[in-house]
Design a protein around this ligand. Sequence first.
Ligand code: PGA
Length: 248
Amino acid sequence: MAKLRQLVAGNWKMNGTAASLAEIDALKAGIAGATADVAICPPATLIAQAAARAAGSALMIGGQDCHPKANGAHTGDIAAEMIADAGGKLVIVGHSERRADHKEPNELVRAKAEAGWRAGLLVVLCIGETEAERKAGETNAVLSKQLAGSVPEGATAANTVIAYEPVWAIGTGLTASNDDIAAAHAHIRARLAERFGDGAKAVRILYGGSVKPSNAGEILKLDDVDGALVGGASLKAADFLAIVAAAK
Ligand code: PGA
């Protein structure tokens, strides 16, 4: 099967201070000639500085979350428009840590995705089952429900990327087996095709959950795996670049 151009996106989560901008410099230099799209989503405090440092390179900078509204009385929140204003090109929505820590339901994730589009950002929309759901044989049902509830009408390859991240594989060192990843991605592709028709073939589906240099190559080769969303291994440029090098 012909591969889509892959996207390797790093999610720094709540890690990073000004000193971490040296990693952006290293990535900027290291991705010259990369055959995949590459992005880093640092904490909000660093988006503007990271975007300024990445300017002139293909490295995209993004946010990890956004509020559905463009502005207003929402203490501590950040609008998608603010991410774009700071030089961001993408935003992650629906990460399982947001769904768990902040009890974000599918409808809110959907509104955040629409906010990202409104601001002209590429939306990386995360879904994934918990360990209990997988053990109960509910993986496909959970993924279908999350897709139906959190992907807005109007999703296209140009405005949306789906990230499949089994919750039990995030930050644990555990990765799903290649068969499980391939099965989940095929299921996601089929659900997208039902809703969005032929255009769904070009929507990139990333895998996330303990992706590292040692397993990136085999994961990124799988059918319907169009890139990776990387947490821990994105904090050091050397590790992240090794993952980028494994992508197409
Ligand atoms: P991890 O995180 O690579 O540290 O498992 C992935 C993610 O949460 O996006």
